[in-house]
Structures are given as C-alpha cells and as structure tokens.
Ligand binder design. Structure first.
Ligand code: NOJ
Length: 570
C-alpha cells in the first residue's frame, strides 16, 4: 500500500489538482445576508442588496463567500434555528433570488458556501411541532426524548449564564427533549437513518442550486451519540466519510468547512487519515493562541498550536481566522493565558461572554491601532491554511456592546456616511447601525476608505492580492525559524522548490533579528520583500539581519528579484 500523502508532500499529486483543490489557496469572506445590504428599504438585508455588492467583493479579491443561515427562521439565534431547510426566508428574498445570486457569483469566479445547520432545528420547525404532538408522529424519533429529567441535564451547556440545561420539558408531549444549544433548538436525532437521509437531501438540494460547499455547524455535536443515558457522548466519525462521499458524488469540488473546536489529537479523525472526511476545519487552536500572542507578544503558545495542528492529509486544509460571528472563544487557553487576553483586549466584564470568551470586534479590541490591525491580519493570512475574513473587518468596524450576547458584533455593514451607513434607507434596521463615536458609520465606512489610498480597506485589498500570489502558504510545508526572541515569529514555507518567509514582530518595540533562512544548497540567499522594496541579502554565514519596526511584518520570497512570483503555481 502506498503511504498516505501528508500535507506539504504533494509531489504525488498531479499538477492539475492545484486548481481542483481550490480551497487550499482561497480567501473566504463571511457575511450575513440580513446585515449586508438592504435593497428594498425594509431595514433588512436581502439577496438583491448583496448582489449589488458583489463587484465590491470581487474587487476586494475574495474568492469564496460563506453565507450565514438565510433559511426561514424565527431568528432567535441569528438564523441558526431553521424552520425550513429548503427555502429562503422571505425577508431576504426568494429561492429565485438565491439562484440569481449564485449565478452572479459564478460569473465573477466567486464560490458560495452556505451554513449547514443540522445538529438541531428550530422548535417551530414543522418536524418538531409534529413530533411533539403524538407518539405516532413520523417525526417523533427525529428528535431526542426522555420520560424523566436525565441525570446529566446540566452537563455540556454551550451558553453558560444564558442556557440553564440541555434538557427541557415539553408540555405538549409531556416528555423532556435534548438541546445542545438554546431550548428553542431541539437536537435532531442524527443516528436515525431517516434524519441522515434528510441531511443528504438538504446537501443535494443546495448543491443543485449552485453552492460549492457548506460551513458545517457544530460538527462534534452532529456526530455525537445523544440520549438520556449518554453521560459521555461518543463521536461517530464514520458519518463524516458518508457525508463526504455523498457530497463528492453530487459535486466533485464541493467542500465541507467544519466548525469543530476540538483538540489536535482528534484532528485526523475529522479530516480522515487519508483525507476522506472533512476538507477544511477552522483552526480554533491557532486562533486562541494567536490572540494570546497579540495580547502578550509571546509567540510560543502559537508555535505550539501550529506544531500540534501540523499533521494533516495532503488534501485537507485549515481555515485561519481572527474574529467570527460568535464570541472569541478562549476556552482552550490556560486560566492564566485567558486572563492575559482579557486584560489586554476586554478589560470590562460586559465585554466577556459565557465565562470563556470576548464578544468584541477586532478593531475595538486593538483600540483601532492601524499597526496592530495590519499585524493581526498579516499574521492570520500567513498561518498555514486558508484565511477567512469577517465582513466589516476590512474597514475596521466596531461593536455595540449595548446589544445582548453575540449580537453586539453583528451590526449592519457600513457602506457610506449616508443615513444608516448606506445599509438601508429605513430608519428601523434589523439591527441598529453603529452611529457616532470612533466606529460609527460616519467615521468608518467603505465609501470613505475607497477614496483614501492609505485606508485599511485599500491595504486589505493589496494584502489579499499578495496572499493569493503566495500559494506556498496554502499548499506548502512550514518550519518555524529560530529568531532568539519569543516576540518575533518567523515561518518559512516550502512548496515545489519555492520558499517564502514571513516575519512578525508582535511587540510594541522595534527590534533586530538575525535569521538563517535555512534553505539548503545556496550560499548567499536573497530575500525579496513582497510588500515593499526593503529586500535583504544574507552575509557569508547565510544570516540575515532584519530590522523590524513596532508591530512590523515582512513577507519575503527566497531567491533573486526575478522571483517575485511563485514559479510553479498554475
Ligand atoms: C455555532 C454557530 O456559530 C453559533 O452562532 C450558533 O449559535 C450555534 N452553532 C448553534 O447553531
């Protein structure tokens, strides 16, 4: 048997798969239709509005969109409480609008990923309403019930402080039902073959309408055993292969991007040892260590996280991100480390959430400091994997802490200094647009930043462009280089005879590092700066002396000036 191919060792992959495995060098942008652009003035974003902004997104350079749930929903958990998997919430448009949108994306070379929320439904879903009505219901066994309150009902609560239990009494059926999340989100019984078949049908439906894959919600819970007797849920990883197989039959280049905040020793269970399960997972391990690094200028836990998450099959990919629509979950850090991040980025208790995280947006966490914003984005985009950007972060949008829980970081996109940020003409918006102060739409908006060549938006456009031209990061193997300083992180990527070096100074002080790039067989190695003209040539011993300003960062390609482009990407 040939040995399974590992990431970074793709010499046995045919050259053409570089294009097939598009997610290995993609730039993903996440948005919610509800808060992106309102076309009809009802105060709610919609597909027609989003379509008007596709040229903006194409110009920004992103290659894939991830849409948060837009299916019919009472909207009690940002749409993650669905009542119909086969439709579009009328507030956002129709299925016809979705298809038009999918087509418009295709014309621009932008792929569409949508959320697949199948761990649970809304309690208003017709399946659940039917299931609770009668023990003879076809749907009774689609959910997870108990006659008595189970012993472990207080365990595994996902939203501590808000959610009290994982079991709630249903007065209609006179039974208790299981809900991993809020009580209005009853868990589907995912071991029921009928439920499994329905999940495949949902996947098939949206694939047929033009999506390139799914951001799969709450994967560890989808595959976990559930029931009143289950004290320690067990993951049924094989389900992932079955889902993958079906997805690939329907569309070969479609992917799963998994939300699975798990420990590194189970990563290969999720990817599959031969890459036969999930294509991509968010790297929560690196995300938390990244924020620790930004807060303390100590890169060591980040290096540890990168090393721990290094093993993966050749076709698998990490999704690297800074903030998303949820709280910044710091639950995997030690208490001391978490406290250090709280101290730096969330000094007030109302900035914390669920006892483990921070509910703020990135820019206010960094006090709007442009140098730190660039450093954070540069770092995130050069971690092994594919970057995932949250809408509004490209212009440094802020948060509204007067809104409850995670809502505070889900305010409408700020397009211009027109009323309501140009998001809507209606003064009653689905969520209040941030107005006034340093992050109000009057100050922070797309239109202003477009005109300003030095804006964060224009910087973001350039860095995204460069990130796409450095496939070594998405495809290559990496090595963390010795810098002798824990506040400077240097990573070299190697792929198909090309090498790229990225260097980040996490600290507020300037510094000089001596680096040996460690590429064998070359005496004097040039480092070509990909972002400025500040190149570097090594001394006779092969060392480079690199001077970094506070929060400075460098992207170099190893080799002569002519080597500005990767030589082997096709
Ligand atoms: C994870 C989603 O990211 C989050 O927003 C949601 O509340 C839960 N899953 C429940 O669907």
């Amino acid at each position: 048997m040939p040995k399974p191919i590992r990431h970074g060792d793709d010499s046995r992959l045919e050259i053409s798969v570089i294009n097939d495995l598009w997610y290995k060098n993609a730039v993903i942008y996440c948005l919610s239709v509800a808060t992106f652009m309102d076309s009809d003035g009802d105060g709610v974003g919609d597909f027609k509005g989003l379509m008007k902004r596709l040229d903006y997104l194409q110009g920004l350079g992103i290659t894939a969109l991830w849409l948060m749930p837009f299916q019919p929903s009472p909207g009690r958990d940002g749409g993650y409480d669905i009542t119909d998997y086969y439709n579009v919430d009328p507030q956002y448009g129709t299925l016809g609008d979705f298809v038009e949108f999918a087509h418009a994306c295709k014309q621009r070379g932008i792929r569409v990923l949508i959320d697949l929320v199948v761990n649970h439904t809304s309690d208003q879903h017709p399946w659940f309403r039917d299931a609770r009505r009668s023990s003879n219901s076809k749907y009774r066994d689609w959910y997870v019930w108990s006659k008595k309150l189970p012993k472990h009902s207080k365990d595994g609560v996902v939203f501590p402080g808000v959610q009290r239990s994982t079991w709630t009494r249903d007065e209609v059926s006179k039974l208790w039902y299981f809900h991993r999340f809020y009580e209005f989100q009853p868990d589907l019984n995912t071991s029921n073959p009928e439920v499994q078949a329905e999940i495949l049908k949902i996947i098939g439906f949206w694939i047929q309408l033009g999506v390139s894959g799914f951001r799969m919600d709450a994967v560890p819970f989808v595959i976990a055993t559930k029931g009143p007797e289950v004290a320690q849920p067990k993951e049924r990883y094989e389900m992932l292969r079955e889902l993958r197989e079906f997805l690939s039959w329907r569309q070969g280049d479609a992917i799963f991007l998994a939300e699975a905040n798990v420990l590194p020793d189970t990563d290969l269970e999720y990817f599959g040892r031969d890459g036969e399960r999930l294509h991509t997972m968010f790297n929560f391990q690196a995300n938390q260590a990244l924020f620790y690094a930004l807060a303390t200028a100590d890169s060591r836990p980040l290096v540890k996280a990168l090393t721990a998450t290094k093993p993966r099959p050749a076709t698998a990919q990490w999704g690297q991100f800074l903030r998303n629509h949820d709280e910044l979950d710091l639950g995997r850090l030690t208490d001391r480390q978490r406290q250090a991040v709280f101290n730096a980025f969330a000094p007030n208790p109302d900035m914390h959430l669920y006892g483990r995280g921070i509910r703020r947006r990135l820019a206010p966490m960094l006090n709007g400091d442009r140098r730190r914003l660039e450093l954070s984005y540069s770092l995130m985009m050069t971690l092994p994997g594919t970057p995932v950007i949250r809408y509004g972060d490209e212009i440094g949008m802020g948060d509204d802490l007067s809104l409850p829980e995670r809502q505070c970081a889900r305010t409408p996109m700020q397009w211009s200094s027109e009323p309501h940020g140009g998001f809507s003409t209606n003064k009653r918006c689905i969520v209040k647009v941030i107005s006034g102060g340093a992050y109000g739409y009057e100050q922070v908006n797309v239109a202003e930043q477009r005109r300003d060549t030095n804006s964060l938006l224009n910087w973001m456009e350039r860095i995204i462009r460069m990130r796409k031209e450095v496939p070594e990061i998405g495809w290559g193997d990496f090595e963390v280089l010795e810098t002798g300083k824990s506040d400077v992180l240097a990573i070299r990527y190697d792929w198909r005879g090309n090498s790229v070096l990225t260097v980040h100074n996490l600290s507020a002080k300037p510094c000089e590092v001596t680096l040996n790039v460690g590429v064998q067989g070359r005496d004097c190695i040039d480092l070509v700066n990909l972002l400025s003209t500040d190149h570097s040539t090594s001394d006779r011993s092969g060392d480079h002396r690199i001077l970094l300003e506070p929060y400075g960062y460098r992207w170099y390609r190893v080799g002569g000036l002519g080597n500005i482009m990767n030589q082997s990407a096709v």
